[in-house]
Design a protein around this ligand. Sequence first.
Ligand code: IMP
Ligand code: MG
Length: 175
Amino acid sequence: MGEKYDVSNVLISEQQLKDRVDELGAQITLDYYGKDLFLIGILKGSVPFMADLMRRIDLPLEMDFMSVSSYGSATKSSGVVQIIKDLDSDIKGKDVLIVEDVIDTGLTLAYLKEYLQSRGPASVKLITMLDKPSGRKVDIKSDYVGFEVPDKFIVGYGLDVDQKFRNLPYISWVK
Ligand code: IMP
Ligand code: MG
């Protein structure tokens, strides 16, 4: 499988991911104590991060997934966002935390944040496992960041190239 790509160059190890998720979970547990936390994972890239993070948050939270597609080539997004799968439940009055794999241009999240805000939640914040600040095309900041990464194409822990390698337990450069 995958002879086309070399994914053996570990950028963030499985242990580093685990340790950071523990820290983020503890921080969110403190920050959202007494609130109505509602996690929204963005399919499909957020799946491993969401699954790990939610188990490190010691609060009675709710969760759901959304699926969006942003048009463009395999490695560049265009900013046009289409909602493929919307939420199953109401977020009115809830404290929404959007869970993403990576923020690059920020176009997807800028759109989503506004879209969710229009549904009357108490708050909307963002958490991303990875942040590529140098790729930004719109002014959007994540409230929680796992790791800052350089503007290179990476895979693993949810991130894909040609829909492959989402299952890598670590994050690798793609060569
Ligand atoms: P943006 O912030 O709107 O540019 O979109 C970010 C989305 O682009 C992520 O949710 C990923 O699906 C994808 N993406 C951005 N950078 C990478 C990468 O290095 N590897 C794999 N997918 C990426
Ligand atoms: Mg994504």
